[in-house]
Design a protein around this ligand. Structure first.
Ligand code: DGL
Length: 274
């Protein structure tokens, strides 16, 4: 493969909608870069699926995005990062950035030493990826984890501020709060939308870590380090281009995506993989 041009887009993928929280941050922190987002809406959710299946899906999406000429790949899904990041980083000829390490780094920087809580999908929590990443940076940090499998369907349904969601969140978070934490990692791309419900449950002394911000910053560093940043003035014009592609139900995605990104999304393409 010839080296991608600096004007090439950055590829971003998630199992569905959640990765748009990362897209929002990428647009904010890298306003000159074009993006191609792939949401695997035909096969969402990834959370309960086996590591082998997630690796197969992730490889198919990465191959597709490479074919579209991306210059870097952001795995904007915690479950896919937990299971497939080492494989993608070893196989792909472009920088690959996941969400777990940046989130772990932000948590280690935020904690005052009491303890770090991590919530995520069943797959992310079972993988131990966050504990591993946190302990690589802070070997003695006390980490308490909790899978919250009902959160993703609640967010997909738009139940962001309902009594039912609050009760479920209270039940999931009780053991994490009881363990005594000062920092809580929202280890799933959907969870930042639940912040208004989660913050009062954990209390004002607990910092919530949304890895979207840290992931966009890590992407900016990767792009700068490899000299792949889009020039100020390029032959293709300065206006970045955003493409959104899903594997199913484009209209439904468009409606829900506006909750994440507002009018930035005008059109959604469909592409079947596998
Ligand atoms: N995007 C996934 C994650 O961050 C959550 C949704 C799913 O289970 O597919 O883990």
């Amino acid at each position: 493969m010839t080296a991608p041009a600096a004007t090439a887009p950055i590829g971003v993928f998630d199992s569905g909608l959640g990765g748009l929280t990362v897209v929002g941050e990428l647009i904010r922190q890298l306003p000159r870069e074009s993006l191609i987002y792939f949401g695997d809406t035909a096969r969402v959710p990834y959370g309960p699926k086996s590591p082998d299946t997630i690796r197969r899906y992730s490889r198919e999406i990465a191959d597709y995005l490479l074919g579209e000429g991306v210059k870097a790949l952001v795995v904007a899904c915690n479950t896919a990062t937990a299971h497939a990041l080492p494989m993608l980083a070893a196989e792909l000829p472009i920088p690959v950035i996941g969400v777990v390490e940046p989130g772990a780094r932000a948590a280690v920087a935020a904690t005052r030493g009491l303890g770090i809580g991590v919530i995520g999908t069943a797959g992310t929590i079972a993988s131990g990826a966050y504990e591993h990443a946190i302990h690589a940076l802070a070997p003695t940090a006390r980490v308490t984890t909790q899978a919250c499998p009902l959160f993703v369907p609640l967010v997909e349904e738009g139940w962001l501020d309902t009594e039912a969601t609050r009760l479920i969140a209270q039940q999931y978070l009780a053991p994490v709060v009881a363990a005594g934490i000062d920092t809580l990692v929202l280890g799933c791309t959907h969870y930042p939308l639940l912040t208004p419900i989660l913050a009062p449950i954990v209390g004002p002394s607990v910092r919530l870590i949304d890895s979207a911000h840290a992931t966009a910053a890590a992407t900016r560093r990767a792009i700068e380090d490899t000299g792949l940043g889009r020039p100020m003035v390029s032959a293709e014009g300065a206006t970045p281009r955003y493409r959104f592609i899903v594997s199913d139900a484009a209209d439904q995605f468009l409606q829900a995506a506006r909750r994440f990104l507002g009018a930035t999304i005008e059109r959604v393409e469909t592409r079947t993989l596998g």
